[in-house]
Design a protein around this ligand. Structure first.
Ligand code: C5P
Length: 218
């Protein structure tokens, strides 16, 4: 089969990752977790010890990191300068700093370029993030924007991370605010995105709806 790019955007806890991976497996497509790329750069920035508020230094470190990410939806590895960082990038230090790093325009330019290369090489791929339908792949075959109530998102994330719901809810609200209000490529719903509220939907239901949408579009 030919080229097929599916863009999945939305805030954290909206079900993006699980839905995107399952959809990719079902389609026999590749999968790209762009959040993991911003997280890996953040890990390198934290390791370098530079001041997070110094955008010039953050951009410099980002430009020097040898970042590699797999695209197997059943399990992909992320390395930064040869170090496997799959576990570290999910930790509280990286989660606390990633929105600041992702707001640096030079970091975004760098990663958007890499993401477009990966998409072009893959041909058939499900890509998840915050700005995929709006910036990275505006010509995607299907653009989806997943939402869910704040309570549902916090409950899902706290179950995944084994942290209490109140702490998770506060972290999600803080990241949503930073991600939605930054100047460069904020979290955005593309005008032609299909919006799905997943608060009351199971994962399988969401995946089935997306498959139907793809079938309708041929
Ligand atoms: O999806 P995930 O929670 O792993 O993303 C981590 C952070 O990376 C987000 O809170 C956001 O700041 C940033 N991000 C982004 N653009 C993307 C994907 C993630 O700015 N396409």
């Amino acid at each position: 089969a030919g080229r097929c790019v599916v863009a999945v955007d939305g805030p954290s806890g909206s079900g993006k990752s699980t839905v995107s991976r399952r959809l990719a497996v079902g389609l026999g497509a590749r999968y790209l977790d762009t959040g993991a790329m911003y997280r890996a750069i953040t890990w390198a920035v934290l390791r370098s010890g530079i001041d997070l508020a110094d955008a010039g230094s953050v951009a410099k470190v980002a430009g020097e990191v040898d970042l590699r990410i797999g695209t197997d939806p059943k399990g992909y590895g992320v390395t930064a300068d040869g170090v496997t960082v799959d576990a570290e990038i999910r930790g509280p230090e990286v989660t606390g700093a990633v929105s600041a790093v992702a707001a640096v325009p030079a970091v975004r330019v760098l990663l958007v370029t890499r993401q477009r290369e990966i998409i072009a090489d893959a041909g058939r791929i499900v890509v998840e993030g915050r700005d995929i339908g709006s910036v990275v792949a505006p010509d995607a075959d299907l653009k989806v924007y997943l939402t869910a109530s704040e309570a549902a998102r916090a409950a899902r994330r706290s179950a995944e991370d084994a942290t209490d719901v109140a702490t998770t809810a506060a972290d999600l609200a803080r990241r949503d605010r930073l991600d939605s209000t930054r100047k460069a490529h904020p979290l955005a719903q593309a005008a032609d995105a299909v919006v799905l509220d997943t608060t009351e939907l199971g994962i399988d239901e969401v995946v089935a709806r997306l498959r139907d949408l793809l079938t309708d579009r041929g």
